[in-house]
Design a protein around this ligand. Structure first.
Ligand code: FE2
Length: 242
């Protein structure tokens, strides 16, 4: 049975006749909680408008494809070659925006946690030389992204894979390149322009105090699984069955 959600009709796609739509996750803290490093107005616009827009467009483009409506955004990204050609680009861009922003909100926390500890601290020292060298590598990579994109700390999916800093363009994600994301920063202008204007390096440098290293370490401890297994397990929070 079809249902109307937010003024649109979604076709039943789940066993038992439920309707699945992608939903905007709530911020895990108040929008002003990351002040002064990330300002509240930017957070409101970024989450409530930009991220919400990707979720809306993803649901919209899937309206006529009920077989895809029960799939998580992660599944859609990992199975892009199975998507109909006429919607593939739109689905990839908006599912990517949805997944990346969902990770980004959880990469931050009020007051952050200062610096990595435990096994992640040891891994960063092993693969980058020191925490300070890692941060410089991350900042330099983020500053060098041409146009809009993301900068990541990832772990290669293979067993004992090393940590690496990588960047992606647009809303591309490391998970389609065999890498598992541990930490991410958004370097689209909408992430920083209101406060930092054109000074992206200042934004990157000023972001470290709000990094949630406990979340990064939690992800590191789970990164021995393959990226697809891990993301499939995490995909549930990106999709709500109504
Ligand atoms: Fe963004």
């Amino acid at each position: 049975m079809d249902k109307t959600i937010d003024g649109r009709t979604a076709v039943s796609a789940l066993p038992g006749g439920g309707v699945a739509m992608h939903v905007l996750p709530e911020l895990p803290y108040p929008a002003d909680a990351l002040e002064p490093h990330v300002d509240a107005r930017t957070m409101h616009l970024h989450h409530d408008k930009h991220h919400a827009g990707y979720v809306d467009k993803l649901n919209k483009v899937l309206e006529d494809y009920p077989a895809l409506q029960g799939k998580s955004a992660t599944w859609l990204l990992l199975h892009a070659d199975e998507l109909p050609a006429e919607i593939r680009t739109t689905v990839i861009r908006n599912a990517g925006g949805h997944v990346n922003h969902s990770l980004f909100w959880r990469a931050m926390a009020p007051a952050g946690s200062g610096a990595p500890e435990g096994v992640l601290k040891d891994a960063i020292k092993k693969d980058f030389g020191s925490f300070e060298l890692f941060k410089k590598h991350f900042d330099d990579a983020g500053a060098a992204v041409f146009g809009s994109g993301w900068v990541w700390l990832v772990r290669a999916a293979r067993t004992d894979g090393p940590l690496e800093v990588m960047t992606t363009s647009g809303h591309e994600t490391p998970l389609t390149q065999g890498c598992y994301p541990l930490l991410v920063n958004d370097v689209w202008e909408h992430a920083y322009y209101l406060k930092y204007e054109n000074r992206r390096p200042d934004y990157l440098h000023g972001w470290w105090p709000v990094v949630d290293w406990q979340e990064a370490e939690r992800r590191f401890k789970g990164s021995d699984q393959t990226a697809q297994q891990r993301w499939e397990a995490e995909g549930g929070h990106l999709l709500r069955a109504l």
